[in-house]
Design a protein around this ligand. Structure first.
Ligand code: IPD
Ligand code: CA
Ligand code: CA
Length: 265
């Protein structure tokens, strides 16, 4: 199937799954605790992932499938086609009816995303990108902001499931926000990446994210003219948990090595 056509089909699937989030009921009785503080999964996360797996693999038979919720789905994505999906990014928001969650789907080839879709059903916003073909929101091309850090809005995630990283997250956030305009924390890394891609914010970081949190969003940022890397400026990979940053082209990474010492690789 041609990539353009494949992208349309993936967008349809993401929107269908968005409908499941919108019509969810009785969520409180369908929440289960996972390892780590405040880390939950709901029956809806599992259901959406199962639907994604079956419908996406119909589109690209034989592709690998890496999804957050079913460890059986964790597989080697380094060769050939692989889907990297988060059925609900922003599950804590979802359990609270906070209306800031999305479905995130990337298709990677030999370990690097070539298609990315992030669908936020609450705002009916679908962000998507194809490698080398630009990034779009609901059919309109989007671009990262041309603002500097001093004029910038900072977004960050608190790495909430890892207690050791919370203080450090705020220290890094302080270093950035003290040189910028202001700061927000949405509860969905994939949505945050799309905010940078669409020029609504200038910088995002989180000290620990998994590939399903950022694979689609990172491609969308790059295709919108922004940059993604780890916190030290090294290229992202899509095979393990790592620090993630996204920035508008006029924003430089700050040296935070003193804050990170002895906390992570
Ligand atoms: C989480 C969200 C959150 C981020 C966490 C992620 P989940 O994903 O993206 O913003 O701070 O690190 O794990 O658990 O809602 O899919
Ligand atoms: Ca996630
Ligand atoms: Ca999730």
């Amino acid at each position: 199937m041609q990539e353009e056509h494949l992208l349309e089909k993936i967008i349809d699937i993401a929107k269908d799954c968005g409908g499941i989030l919108l019509s969810a009921s009785d969520i409180e009785r369908k929440i289960h605790q996972k390892a780590g503080r405040g880390n939950f999964v709901t029956d809806y996360d599992s259901r959406v992932q199962a639907i994604l797996k079956s419908r996406l693999l119909e589109l690209v038979p034989g592709a690998a499938f890496l999804g957050e919720e079913d460890r059986m789905d964790c597989t080697d994505i380094s060769k050939g086609y692989a889907f990297i999906v988060d059925p609900i990014d922003g599950t804590a928001n979802f359990t609270r009816n906070y209306h800031a969650s999305c479905i995130s789907i990337a298709l990677a080839l030999d370990g690097c995303p070539i298609l990315g879709v992030v669908h936020n059903p609450y705002l009916e916003e679908t962000f998507y990108a194809r490698k080398g073909k630009g990034a779009y929101l609901n059919g309109e091309q989007i671009h990262a902001s041309d603002r500097t850090l001093a004029e910038g809005l900072i977004l960050f995630g608190t790495a909430p499931y890892d207690e050791k990283l919370i203080r450090r997250s705020f220290e890094v956030a302080y270093r950035y926000v003290s040189r910028a305009e202001d700061l927000r924390r949405s509860g969905s890394a994939a949505i945050d990446l799309c905010m940078v891609a669409s020029g609504r914010a200038e910088f995002f970081f989180e000290l620990a994210l998994s590939p399903w949190d950022y694979a689609a969003g990172a491609l969308i940022v790059e295709e919108a003219g922004g940059f993604v890397s780890d916190l030290q400026g090294r290229p992202l990979t899509y095979d393990h948990r790592q620090t993630v940053t996204a920035r508008a082209p006029g924003v430089e990474l700050l040296d935070v090595s003193d804050l990170l010492e002895s906390s992570m690789s």
